[in-house]
Design a protein around this ligand. Structure first.
Ligand SMILES: [Zn+2]
Length: 128
């Protein structure tokens, strides 16, 4: 299966991309904010709610997440900018598109990431 975080021109099998961090020896060990952002997008597409919660910083983590509503189709992720602030802080600007009930929507966000104890976490984001 082609990883959902990739454009067709950049296609990679999921096990060579985000799947490495969803399970297995590198579970939860995305090496940077961009890789974590991609793996969280793929987790949204694949309803990997445990992964989404585990990569959410504990201070911001929601109590629970709902799976994708029936009929929701994710259309793709576009990474706009990865800004390294220091060794343990970074931001990623992205646009994620999905379609629900025939209506296309886009989420444009500047997300904040922090590394603690060797692991990257999603801290939160601001809509653009
Ligand atoms: Zn991926």
């Amino acid at each position: 299966m082609i990883c959902p975080c990739r454009s067709p021109a950049d296609a990679l099998p999921c096990e060579a991309c985000c799947g490495r961090y969803h399970a297995g020896g590198l579970h939860l060990l995305a090496p940077g904010a961009e890789a974590l952002m991609r793996s969280r997008y793929s987790a949204f597409v694949q309803d990997r709610l445990d992964y989404l919660l585990a990569t959410w910083h504990p201070s911001q983590r929601p109590a629970q997440l709902d799976p994708n509503p029936a009929g929701l189709k994710w259309l793709g992720l576009e990474l706009r900018r990865h800004t390294v602030i220091d060794a343990d802080h970074a931001t990623v600007e992205f646009v994620a598109r999905h379609k629900l009930g025939g209506r296309a929507e886009r989420l444009h966000e500047l997300s904040r990431f922090v590394r603690e104890g060797g692991r990257w976490f999603y801290l939160g984001g601001d809509a653009r």
